[in-house]
Design a protein around this ligand. Structure first.
Ligand code: SF4
Length: 261
């Protein structure tokens, strides 16, 4: 009896590390399957970068989505916004579509965690074996910069104002990044505000950003930008390599593992 073939899969978040890993692995594993779990709430810059990456890889990136979208899930959760302590969004919108796509197939999942990062990767179903090529090869942020530069792809545009990929309303983003969202995507900022209003009008006291509503946050935009002087300099003077190095420094908080790969 033939053993079931092992699938090789690589998840893209639209961020620098997973993109660099896809480029790094392109000629090493010819039958690699690339995927992106689309929450339906990603930034336009992410979709644009994935299209470019697809061109570079010469392969389609499978777009996976949940059977139930964010709006449906929010309704089921009685308008309780997800938060760092109750990250139902990660399970419902990222992990569940990925695990459904793999099913019971044996699979090796290539994960773009760098050698200079302390975090672990997704550990889920026993048929999915995670591997960490950057860690194994001792590659850090400077190597990620080099891989992206040599490919000619550069980085997604959102890195000018935000340090990681993910949903436009991601609660892991800093207050200065919310100000960036309001500037770069006022429509998405308004949508995030609408979700928040529904939540705070109902049973939930959660706001997207700790300690204040988005209205209160944006009223302090000048103060927040002044506090975040480093990030304010990004779009003006820095090269994209410098932006990337700073984004890596900004990763000290624990974001969603499968979302930020
Ligand atoms: S990016 Fe943020 S909001 Fe989106 S699923 Fe991940 S943790 Fe949740």
């Amino acid at each position: 009896m033939c053993a079931q073939p092992v699938r090789h899969v690589l998840g893209l978040s639209g961020g620098k590390d997973s993109s660099a890993l896809a480029i790094y692995m392109r000629d090493k594993v010819p039958d690699m399957e690339y995927f992106f779990t689309d929450t339906g709430a990603e930034l336009p810059e992410t979709y644009e970068f994935l299209d470019r990456l697809e061109g570079f890889l010469g392969k389609k990136i499978a777009r996976l989505s949940s059977e139930r979208d964010f709006d449906h899930m929010l309704m089921v959760k009685d308008n309780f916004l997800p938060s760092p302590n109750t990250r139902w969004c990660t399970r419902e919108l990222k992990i569940e579509p990925f695990e459904r796509w793999i099913g019971d197939d044996p699979a090796i999942s290539y994960i773009g965690i760098r050698a200079d990062e302390p975090r672990d990767g997704y550990k889920g179903k026993p048929n999915i074996q995670p591997v960490f090529p950057f860690k194994e090869a001792g590659l850090g942020i400077a190597d990620i910069q080099r891989i992206l530069a040599e490919s000619g792809l550069g980085i997604p545009d959102y890195y000018k104002w935000r340090s990681r990929s993910g949903c436009y309303f991601c609660f892991f983003q800093r207050k200065s990044e919310w100000v960036g969202l309001a500037k770069h995507h006022p429509d998405l900022f308004e949508r995030a505000k609408a979700y928040e209003k529904k939540a705070t009008d109902g049973a939930s006291a959660y706001t997207w950003s700790q300690g204040e509503t988005l209205d209160q946050l944006i009223a302090r935009a000048t103060e927040i930008e002044a506090e975040s002087e480093k990030r304010a300099l990004r779009s003006k003077k820095m090269t994209w390599q410098e932006i990337l190095a700073q984004a890596a420094e900004d990763e000290e908080d624990e974001s969603c593992l499968i979302c930020s790969l």
